[in-house]
Structure formats: C-alpha cells, structure tokens
Design a protein around this ligand. Structure first.
Ligand code: ACM
Length: 533
C-alpha cells in the first residue's frame, strides 16, 4: 500500500479509535480498540494514526524481539523478521524506572517499548501483543501511550500437582500463559495426602513409594531433579520464580507410605466420612495409598525429632534446587494435629527454612502460632469477607513484621465451578464462582487493619481434585486468571477508571482471538462480550 492510501485508511481507522475500556467501534469497516489486561497504571490514546504492521521492522533486545515476533506471528501471521523494511518497532531496556515497569508509545511512524529491566520490557511486549488487531485489509497497533508498573511485587498462580500430576510440558504451558498476564510466581503444590511429586536424593523413598497414585485411582507421577530444573529455567525465561510447597504437618498421608514412623494414624471424623460418601473413595488407612478428596486427617508426628530431620532434609535439598527466595511449608487444614502441637511444628519448620536463607511462606492458619520465624509470609485463603477468624490469623503474620499474599478462595480459587459451563470443578469455596466474582474485590479491603505495604501480593490457586489435563487448566483458569492478574498488577479499584467490572469484561473480551491463536482453550463465559476476530 502506498503512503497516501495508507494515510487515508488510517485516518478512517483513527476516527474509530475508542477510549480505553469502552466497547470496540466500527467505522468505515475498521474496528479499533485499546484494551490491555491487566489494566496499565496509565494508558492514553495518542494523537495520530495507528502503526501498520505490514512490512514493519523490529530491533532491540533479542529476547524481547523473539517474544514479540512469536506473538505477532500467532495473532496475525505476519513474520516481522522477514519483512523489515517499513516503520520500526524498537524494544529496549532503559534503566532507572521502578522494577518491572515499562513505557510503550505507538504512532504511525514507530513503536517504542522501553523496560526498566528485562522483566519490564517483557511485560511491555505482552501489552503490545494484546494491542495487535486487524483493521480493514491489514493489521495495526493503535496510537497509544502507556506508562505501567505493578502494584504488587508478588503476582502468583498456584498449581496443585499432587491431587493430579501435571507434566513438565503442561506446567511450562501454564507458565507461558500466566506470564502473558504479567504474573511472576508459580507456586507448585508438590505434596499432599494423595501423592509426593518431587524426587529428592536425600529421601528417594518418597518418590519410589508415594508418587504413583492420584485422586480417583488416576495415575500419579513425579518430577525428577532435571524436570524441576527445566521448570525453574523455563519460568525464569518468562520472569517467573518457582515457589515449591511441601504441605505440613497435615496433608501428609503420602509421607507415611515412605516413612510410616513419621506420621500419626489418620483421624477419621464425620467430615471425612461425609466426603467419602459424597465424592467416593475409601477412608484413609495408614500405609495404603489414598485416592479420595477428604482433607484434614493426616499429621506428621510433632514430638519426634526424626520429623525435624525429615523437614530439614526436604527443605534443605529444595533450597539448593530453587533460586527463588521462597519455600512454602503449607500449614493449612492440619485438623488432625492438636493446636499446641501445630504451633510448635510451624514455628520449628519456619525456623528451619529461615536458617537456610530462604523466606518461609505458610497458609494463614500458621499466623496463630506464637514463635513463627519473623520473616514468614502468610497466605490468606479465607473469603473476601473473612469468616471464622481467618483474618485474625492472617494479621498474626503482619504483627510479626511480615507481609501477606492474598488468595481469597471465593474469588480466585480457579478450580471452583463456573455458574454455567464445564462440569469440572468443585463448589466448596462458596462456589460456583462467576468471572465477575473473581473480579469484584479489592486487595486492600480483605483483611481489615492492614496497610497496603503489608500486602506482598495476590495469588490465584488451582487445586486439582477434578483437574486432569492441560485443557482442564485452560478452561478453569481463563478468563478468571485475568481477574486475579488485574488485582495483582493494576491500580487499586477507585484509583483508575479502568478498574471496573464493565471495563474489565470489555477488555478481556478483546483477548479472545489472541488467546485462541496461542492455543488457550478458555471458557467462553457468557459474562464476557467476546470479540471474534
Ligand atoms: C487451602 O485451600 N486449604 C489452602
């Protein structure tokens, strides 16, 4: 297309540019929208015509060039490297800004993304990928100015690979998907009553004797040390850390398959019997693999020094395998452990981790313990409106001088059923959980009496009792994972016009074609006005 004709087309396109967060408009056959998820700190449609991608060239940091080229090729079929004679896209690092921040400017002549660091540049490229859109007979990036930086340092997803095992490829795929929404932590729930999923040279019996089973009699599995390294390295290439969790002192039935001397007899309550009745499976029997869905019956022996040798071996080896700063000790639903014993255990386990030079993380129950290692981060999994004193337990970590990760279960537990849609998922966390419920909460309003600076971040867990495949993960996570990403990255609700459900649902709707082009099998929720091309 010659320059004059392109001007005429782009002028028409520009007239159709709609303000951020509003529905796409159609004018003169051109549909243009400026929609980024999670919502940037600042986004302004710019003066001038859009940038046309046909024959564009791209220069700059090699990793960013490769990431953008892959996104543009998937979305539009355009091979940026092959064309390369037209207007330029420049992707570079300019130090000095806040960690993970970036600036993106696009106009008719050029697109420039500058990241304050490699992560910031990566996130700028992800925003740019979301802006690529068809227009008339070609592909454009609207004229825009974005200045963006994360609200919270920790932005996570959790994958439960214990209730059902998920392969290295599935985990790598989830890393790619989460990183595309500017999430930067993958928490792996590596052990539970149903299986142990990580090989440790110091305790090889764990994977030899306790890894082959999963919920419902399904096949188990485990990661070798090479597998784990591959996951950690892939995550790092997407600017994510891996947070390994070994859940203790409850959720440890599988440990007893390898080391019966370390675990107590299962505590069978009415709740355990009801779960077996409602969801199937046998009652737990010490020394026999457990493939049901009940929680809260198992416990490590708290007053036996061999237990702490085990804890030291496991976390010592994991510390050496994990470059990220955190090791997660679990601590949830230890209903088979007397309260005082629980406090003693989490205090000793958190101290073992802190002495390894790592920062412990524990689910919020551990916040009630008096002598937790000072640095221990709490992970709150109660509801958006706290019940049963869960917020008080969470405040314990803050009183101790540490921060909280927020994972409100009735909003961002991604394995809760949708109101309509796939049969997958559970409902125990006040489900079914709509996309709107996943979105409509504000991190600073959950635990009363804490400051913004007391919040390390937000994490969306995916428990896997019913989640067997990569396709199951996609359909349960997408689009609700985008709501969690927005809570983690974007300005607080009230601080940005974009932080409303109406804006979010419209912006997410524009991502449908990109997600499809990337092979993400999202749930086409009727709550979202999906764009189709
Ligand atoms: C949890 O949902 N038990 C952390």
């Amino acid at each position: 297309m010659n320059r004059r004709r392109r001007r005429a087309v782009t002028a028409a396109v520009l007239a159709a540019v709609v303000l951020a967060g509003c529905a796409p408009a159609v004018q003169n056959g051109a549909t243009v929208s400026i929609a980024v998820v999670p919502a940037p700190a600042s986004l302004q449609p710019a003066e001038g015509a859009p940038f046309r991608l046909e024959s564009a060239s791209v220069t700059g940091e090699a990793d960013a060039v490769a990431t953008l080229s892959a996104l543009v090729a998937a979305r539009s079929g355009i091979d940026l490297a092959a064309d390369g004679e037209g207007p330029a896209i420049d992707l570079r690092i300019e130090r000095g800004g806040a960690a993970e921040s970036y600036r993106l400017t696009a106009d008719e002549a050029s697109v420039v993304v500058t990241g304050a660091d490699a992560a910031g540049l990566f996130y700028g490229v992800q925003s740019l990928g979301q802006l690529v859109q068809p227009s008339g007979d070609g592909w454009i990036i609207p004229a825009v100015e974005i200045d963006d930086a994360p609200r919270f340092a920790y932005r996570g997803v959790m994958l439960d690979v214990a209730r059902h095992f998920h392969s290295v490829d599935t985990v790598k795929g989830y890393i790619d998907r989460a990183a595309g929404l500017k999430l930067n932590a993958l928490h792996l729930h590596l052990s539970d009553d149903q299986g142990w999923r990580i090989h440790l040279a110091s305790r090889p019996e764990l994977t030899e004797l306790a890894s082959s089973t999963a919920v419902g009699g399904d096949e188990g599995g485990f990661y070798t040390k090479d597998d784990y390294r591959e996951i950690v390295e892939h995550a790092a290439s997407r600017h994510m850390i891996v947070v390994p969790e070994i859940d203790m002192p409850g959720h440890t039935h599988a440990v007893g398959l390898a080391y019966p001397e370390l675990v107590e007899e299962p505590v069978i309550t009415d709740h355990i019997r009801e779960t077996a009745r409602d969801y199937g499976g046998e009652l737990p029997v010490k020394g026999t693999p457990y493939d049901g869905m009940a929680v809260g019956f198992s416990s490590l022996k708290i007053h036996d020094e061999a237990t702490y040798d085990f804890v030291a071996d496991v976390f010592g080896e994991l510390a050496g395998m994990t470059p990220g700063p955190y090791l997660h000790l679990g601590g949830d639903e230890a209903l088979g452990t007397p309260e005082e014993d629980f406090a003693l255990f989490v205090s000793r386990a958190s101290t073992i981790i802190a002495d390894l030079g790592k920062t412990p993380i524990a689910w919020h129950e551990a916040g009630s313990a008096a002598d937790l290692a000072d640095s221990t981060i709490g992970q709150y999994w109660g509801y958006v409106q706290p019940t049963d004193g869960m917020d008080e337990k969470a405040r314990g970590f803050v009183r101790n001088g540490a921060q909280l990760i927020l994972s409100p279960a009735d909003a961002i537990y991604l394995d809760m059923k949708y109101p309509t849609g796939p049969e997958l998922g559970l409902t125990w966390a006040n489900g079914p959980t709509s996309v709107q419920r996943a979105y409509d909460w504000e991190p600073s309003d959950v635990v009363e009496g804490i400051e913004e600076s007391d919040i390390l971040g937000v994490e969306a867990p995916m428990w896997a009792e019913t989640i067997r495949t990569a396709a199951d993960i996609d359909t349960m996570a997408f689009p609700r994972i985008a709501a969690a990403a927005e809570a983690a990255w974007s300005p607080a609700t009230g601080d940005s016009d974009l932080r409303t459900w109406e804006s979010f649902r419209t912006r997410v709707g524009t991502l449908g074609p990109l997600w499809t082009s990337l092979g993400i099998g999202f749930h086409p929720s009727g709550e979202i006005p999906w764009v189709t091309e």
